[in-house]
Structure formats: structure tokens, C-alpha cells
Design a protein around this ligand. Structure first.
Ligand code: HEC
Length: 398
């Protein structure tokens, strides 16, 4: 008797490119996803969980309000992709399904890898102050960088990391010994040095657009700032690796990472709608490339807006709900020109009420601090400027 092959409608070969595009960035071996989803053998046992996560839209994680902006790294599934994943996950053992050869690639080729000279131990349950580590470079010529990847050894304990470029003439942290972890308090931790990359869980390698690069000037070195969060019951060890790819040729744009923030935080106990804002005028024309909002456990929403000369306010990004555990770097699909004199407005919203399930203590008055039970407000953003302009030039009007 002939029976129609009901099950084999969607095979792994159909959904593998979807996993590759939307999931593998986090669900690859060694990354933050709890399991790799690169091959049939890896994905098959998770079919039920994949079905549930895709149906409930819990995966892939993304928090930008779809009414504002278009983002290159938006992993949101199209309706067709959702249907295909759900169909495969409902019948993952269809007879004709076989593993397909993985396409090579994924991670960009890197020219230089620098590993922290020694491991850092994070005791169980400890509160660890920000660690700094100077990585000396020996470069007598300026280096243009087209891709940067910060790779922790134990991703579970790295809350975030920032990689700075310290120029030869910069006195910042000069008294510290290179290659040795150290802490720096309040004022000495502040800097106007350029940022090469910000690592947050799931961020993966940063690859700049063609024509765009970050600059490591001759004689500069790199400084890592790492925020470790301990596991409650188990000691951990991390050793960060920095991977860089050189730009081939001369770029047309230099990419700078800028930030604006407000440290005057005083959230009353129980306040469910505390707002904080900050604004600044952009002194030079630039192309806006990406945005990365940063708050802690009480953060509930974050907005980037731009006010043009006419006073018209336009929303560039609205992250709502903000989720501390998903620090996402929102990369614009197309660079957005910002005129000199445009005013950038950032607004952060906090929920210190008991309705916030992540709130460590609704009875506390919350002020600025580096630890997750304290608060912060920073909006990072990358801009592209002419290649001969550095951060100081950017802020000094011609
Ligand atoms: C930005 C990183 C990221 C992306 C992109 C991502 N995931 Fe995840 N995923 C995670 C992390 C981290 C967890 C564990 C924490 C959690 O469940 O919230 C997880 C959990 C899961 C789980 C639940 C596992 C369990 O324990 O039940 C499934 C299933 C899953 N992901 C499937 C997917 C699929 C399918 C995609 C793509 C359509 C995807 N994820 C995209 C990071 C990611």
C-alpha cells in the first residue's frame, strides 16, 4: 500500500541555513548558548525545546521596538523561517533527513591573537571589582583594524569587557605594570581613550563595514577592563583572548566609539518608573553605525533620539523591555548621517518596584555603582568620521 511521506516535508538541509543566520552566533561550541546547533546531531535532541522557544518567540532574543530603525544584526525570524523551524522541530526524525556538510566560514580570519599572560581566578560567590590588564603592543606603525573579537575562556563569568586603545602620550594608568591584573578606583578608572570593542555575552566578533576601520596609532597599547561576576557555588578561571584583523589598504572612514551617560542616579525605594536622561550636541558631522545601551538589573527601557536643527525629534532606537542579561549591540542596517549640531538625547527608565522580577531589593534607594545591584546609565554609540580625525579632534570644533 502506498503511503504519502507526511513527515519529511522540512529537512535539516532546509533549516540549517536558518540556524546559521539566526542562532549559531550564540549556539556554537564554546559560546553562550547552552548547546551548539550547528549540525543535525546537535540539533536533533533539542527539537522539542527549539519548537517551544520559537513558538513563544523567546528565541532568538531581541528587544528593539520594531517601530524604530532597521538593524543589520536583527535576528528576528521571518514568518517563513519560523514556519520552517517549527515544522522541522515537530518532525525531526523524518526518514530522509540527514546531516549536511557544514559550510566553512562563520568566524572571520584574524591576523593577531593576544592572550592575557596569566589566568584570573574568580572565587565562588565573590564580588569582584573591575579588573584592568595592560596588553603591551609593539607597533611602530599605525594599524587599521577591520575586525575585533574578544574571547573569554569562561563566558559564564564575564559580565562585560571593554578594550581600550591607550595612545603613547596618554598618562592614563601609566604607573600600573603591564600583564598584571589590577583594580583602579573611581577617578583613575576614567578615561577618554578610544574604545576598540565592548564585549557583552553573545556579542561575537565585530566586523566593520568595507571602507571603515578602527585605528591603533603607533606606540599605543591595549587596556582591557573586565567585569567578572562569580558563580554562586563554584570557583572559575578566565583568560581573555583578543583577536584582531588588519584592514587591507587605506580606509575611507575611521570608526570611533563614543559614550554618554549620567551618574547622578538616585532611585527611590519602590519607584516603578524612574527616568534619567542626558543629551549632547554632536560637534562634527558623522555617520552613526551602532548603539549599545547599558544599565543594570533595574533597567526597564532605553531610548536614543536625535533632535535636528528644526527641533524635530526622531527615535533611533527604543529597547523595551530592557533585559540586563541580554546586552545587545544594535547595529544599524544602513549608516545614518548625523549633521554637526544635531542633539543626541538618551533616556533610561528603571523599575525599582517589586513588580520587576530581577530587582534584588525594592526597598533600597539605588545610586550609581559598578556592581549589578547598583545602577548605571551609559549609551555607547559608534560613529564613522574622516580617517584623519581622532577623538579629540572630533570634540574640538574647527
Ligand atoms: C544572542 C544569543 C542567542 C541567539 C541569537 C539565540 N540563542 Fe538560544 N539561547 C541563548 C542562551 C544564552 C540561552 C540560555 C538562556 C535562556 O534560555 O534564556 C538560550 C536558550 C535556548 C533554548 C532553550 C534551551 C533549554 O534549556 O531549554 C533553545 C531551544 C534555544 N536557545 C534555541 C535557539 C534558536 C532556535 C535560535 C535561533 C532561531 C536561538 N536560540 C538564538 C542564546 C541565544
Amino acid at each position: 500500500m502506498w503511503a504519502p511521506a507526511l513527515l519529511a516535508l522540512t529537512t535539516f538541509a532546509d533549516i540549517q541555513p536558518i540556524l546559521e543566520r539566526r542562532c549559531v552566533n550564540c549556539h556554537r561550541k564554546g559560546d553562550i548558548g547552552p548547546m551548539p546547533l550547528e549540525t543535525f546531531a546537535q540539533a536533533r535532541p533539542w527539537a522539542k525545546a527549539i519548537r517551544e522557544a520559537v513558538l513563544s518567540k523567546r528565541m532568538p532574543p531581541w528587544f528593539a521596538d520594531p517601530r524604530y530603525g532597521h538593524f543589520a544584526n536583527d535576528p528576528t525570524l521571518t514568518e517563513a523561517e519560523r514556519k520552517a523551524l517549527i515544522e522541522w522541530a515537530s518532525y525531526p526524525v523524518a526518514g530522509r533527513d540527514v546531516d549536511v556538510a557544514r559550510r566553512p566560514g562563520g568566524l572571520p580570519h584574524m591576523n593577531l591573537r593576544i592572550t592575557a599572560p596569566r589566568p584570573f581566578r574568580i572565587p565562588a560567590g565573590a564580588e569582584v571589582p573591575y579588573q584592568f590588564l595592560i596588553l603591551p603592543l609593539d607597533t611602530s606603525i599605525p594599524r587599521w583594524v577591520s575586525a575585533i573579537h574578544l574571547i573569554p575562556k569562561d563566558r559564564a563569568v564575564v559580565h562585560h569587557a571593554v578594550l581600550y586603545v591607550r595612545e603613547r602620550s596618554d598618562p592614563w594608568l601609566r604607573s600600573a605594570t603591564p600583564g598584571v591584573y589590577f583594580t583602579a578606583d573611581g577617578p583613575s578608572s576614567r578615561t577618554t581613550s578610544d574604545i576598540l570593542a565592548v564585549y557583552t555575552p553573545g556579542s561575537g566578533p565585530v566586523t566593520l563595514r568595507l571602507g571603515m576601520a578602527k585605528l591603533i596609532p603607533a606606540g599605543a597599547d591595549l587596556i582591557l577592563q573586565i567585569h567578572y561576576t562569580a558563580k554562586p557555588k563554584q570557583a572559575a578561571v578566565d583568560q581573555m583572548q583578543v583577536a584582531l584583523r588588519w584592514y587591507q589598504g587605506q580606509p575611507t572612514h575611521r570608526v570611533l566609539t563614543l559614550q554618554m551617560g549620567n551618574d547622578h542616579i538616585r532611585i527611590p525605594p519602590g519607584d516603578g518608573d524612574y527616568r534619567l536622561s542626558v543629551s549632547g550636541t554632536l560637534p562634527q558631522p558623522a555617520l552613526l553605525l551602532s548603539m549599545l545601551p547599558h544599565m543594570h538589573l533595574r533597567g526597564s527601557a532605553f531610548e536614543y533620539q536625535i533632535a535636528g536643527a528644526s527641533g524635530r525629534v526622531e527615535t533611533l532606537l527604543r529597547v523595551k523591555p530592557y533585559n540586563f542579561y541580554w546586552q545587545i549591540h544594535y547595529q544599524l542596517a544602513e549608516p545614518r548621517p548625523l549633521a554637526a549640531g544635531a542633539r543626541l538625547l538618551l533616556t533610561a527608565y528603571y523599575d525599582n518596584s517589586p513588580n520587576n522580577p530581577r530587582n534584588p531589593d525594592p526597598d533600597a534607594e539605588v545610586t550609581w555603582g559598578e556592581q549589578s545591584w547598583q545602577e548605571m546609565m551609559i549609551g555607547f554609540f559608534d560613529v564613522a568620521v574622516p580617517p584623519d580625525m581622532d577623538k579629540r579632534h572630533y570634540f574640538t570644533r574647527p
